[in-house]
Design a protein around this ligand. Structure first.
Ligand code: NAD
Length: 451
């Protein structure tokens, strides 16, 4: 049996999470045929890890300007896109047009025009595009979906979702390319795409209208100076700066092999500086955001994201006409591989305030109860979600997933559309209709009707 051929574009901190299982656990049926990135140094490190740690031969590498040559010469069946968000559409569209299927990291893209371009390319090519929404695959989140599907608290009319990013993980976005809205679409797209997708999927609903506020309240030079932290603003980056040693926001790229080889070594060939001062000038994304969403089926979502919290986690509440479900997750920072010094194999940072993950059902006029979960649940990166997602991507084709966890391009669009509309709402101080930005099957009412 010939193996399915995979190429990856974007060899930063994230792609290894998919390449490692592809060439090890799933290597019998799948083959890694090429890597592509702006940075030859980063690709060289991936090849080093492949050979040294994963027992796999080095694969051909292509710089970004040779992506089309890679498609011609290496003939992948599927391309995995894990580049900076604002560039996803370029590779998605070119790979689809070349006859490949595509998996893209979230967010599918960063603005409405790019989103429409992707939707048109999927339609024209007839190829499949999937979005790697790993959050859906977390065991607790799947259990929440089951409860909602079987009407444990009746019909849901409103949802509250509060997400806290801490001063490790949250701060990290302000060191990197994410801090420029043109690169990430802001965290309302880059990060909240996970949360909006969860709510869309949990409710099986399509968002209709969005209103939002957003401020830069903590990061940036001006905010630091205003609260008396001018001393943290004195250097443009952290690595190699003795003065930054005692700065709690310091990230020293010389401290671990992945940092040195992916990012320090890749600075000269890509211009990407990974450890910029979070209290510099020129940050163009908000760090606290508040969003209201109305769904086509009538439900309301009240959402908030704060990026400078002392603890990281999520609280969600579903208000139904037979009761309420509360789900909370405080398990630590979801740090990307190669975000922290040290081991490149684990993504969960320890969290001193971790209370764990639980789901509780509060029926009207009844006793509340905690929903039991198997004791061994939630192992591994992203609460076990990455491993389940990889099994879905690379395992044998199974029957359609009963929980509908596979997300195609339209569901990918439904999620980013909320963030893109929220950015527009903040800019104009008005509610924004999603249909004015992204055409999503106008007659459909439920997310499961979308590809
Ligand atoms: N689902 C998750 O939990 C999760 C976690 C982390 C990252 N991600 C996603 O994965 C993607 C990569 O994130 P990361 O943390 O690895 O970022 P990173 O900054 O470590 O790596 C980004 C890579 O993209 C490359 N790149 C940038 N512009 C390019 C271009 N025009 N052409 C080719 N390559 C280009 C860079 O050189 C770099 O190697 C992002 O889209 C991010 O949203 C998802």
């Amino acid at each position: 049996m010939s193996r399915k051929r995979h190429a990856f574009v974007g060899t930063g901190g994230r792609a290894l999470s998919f390449i490692d299982p592809l060439v090890t656990a799933y290597g019998e049926r799948h083959e890694l045929v090429a890597l592509c990135d702006l940075s030859p140094a980063r690709m060289a490190y991936y090849n080093k890890v492949l050979v040294r740690d994963l027992g796999h031969p080095a694969v051909p590498t292509y710089t970004a300007d040779r992506f089309d040559a890679m498609l011609r010469e290496r003939t992948p069946d599927e391309v995995f896109v894990a580049t900076q968000d604002s560039t996803h559409h370029e590779y998605i569209v070119r790979a689809l047009n070349a006859g490949c299927d595509v998996i893209t990291e979230k967010p599918m893209t960063t603005d409405a025009a790019k989103c429409r371009e992707i939707m048109a390319a999927v339609e024209a090519s007839g190829r499949r595009l999937r979005v790697a929404f790993n959050y859906r695959w977390g065991p607790f989140r799947s259990r929440v979906k089951e409860l909602l599907q079987r009407g444990a608290v009746g019909s849901i009319h409103s949802v509250n979702l509060e997400y806290l990013l801490d001063t490790h993980h949250g701060a990290d976005y302000f060191r990197r390319w994410h801090a420029q809205i043109e690169n990430s679409g802001s965290l309302l797209v880059h990060k909240s795409t996970h949360h909006f997708d969860l709510v869309n999927w949990w409710l099986d609903a399509i968002p209709r209208q969005v209103f939002a506020y957003g401020d830069l309240a903590f990061y940036g030079r001006e905010n630091a100076i205003a609260r008396g932290d001018e001393k943290f603003t004195r250097y443009p980056r952290y690595t190699g700066v003795p003065e930054a040693r005692d700065d709690p926001f310091c990230l020293d790229l010389s401290e671990s092999e992945p940092f040195r080889e992916l990012y320090l070594a890749g600075e000269a060939d890509s211009g990407y500086v990974r450890d910029r001062n979070v209290f510099r000038e020129g940050i163009t994304i908000p760090d606290q955001m508040s969003v209201n969403v109305r769904y086509r089926t009538g439900e309301l979502l009240t959402y908030s994201l704060v990026c400078y919290s002392p603890r990281e986690g999520m609280r969600v509440a579903f208000n139904g006409d037979r009761g309420r479900i509360e789900y909370q997750e405080f398990v630590g920072s979801h740090m990307n591989r190669a975000v922290r010094p040290g081991d490149w194999s684990s993504e969960e940072a320890p969290c001193g305030e971790a209370e764990g993950e639980w789901i509780r059902v509060y029926p009207h006029f009844g006793e509340s109860y905690e929903v039991p979960m198997p004791a061994d649940v939630a192992q591994g990166p992203h609460g076990g979600a990455d491993a389940i997602l990889n099994a879905h991507f690379y395992g044998p084709e199974a029957a359609p997933d009963a929980l509908g966890r596979t997300a195609g391009h339209e569901q990918g669009a439904a999620s980013i559309a909320i963030g893109i509309a929220a950015v527009e709402s903040i800019r104009t101080n008005r509610p924004v209709d999603i249909s004015d930005l992204v055409p999503l099957a106008p007659d459909a009412r439920h997310l499961s009707e979308l590809a």
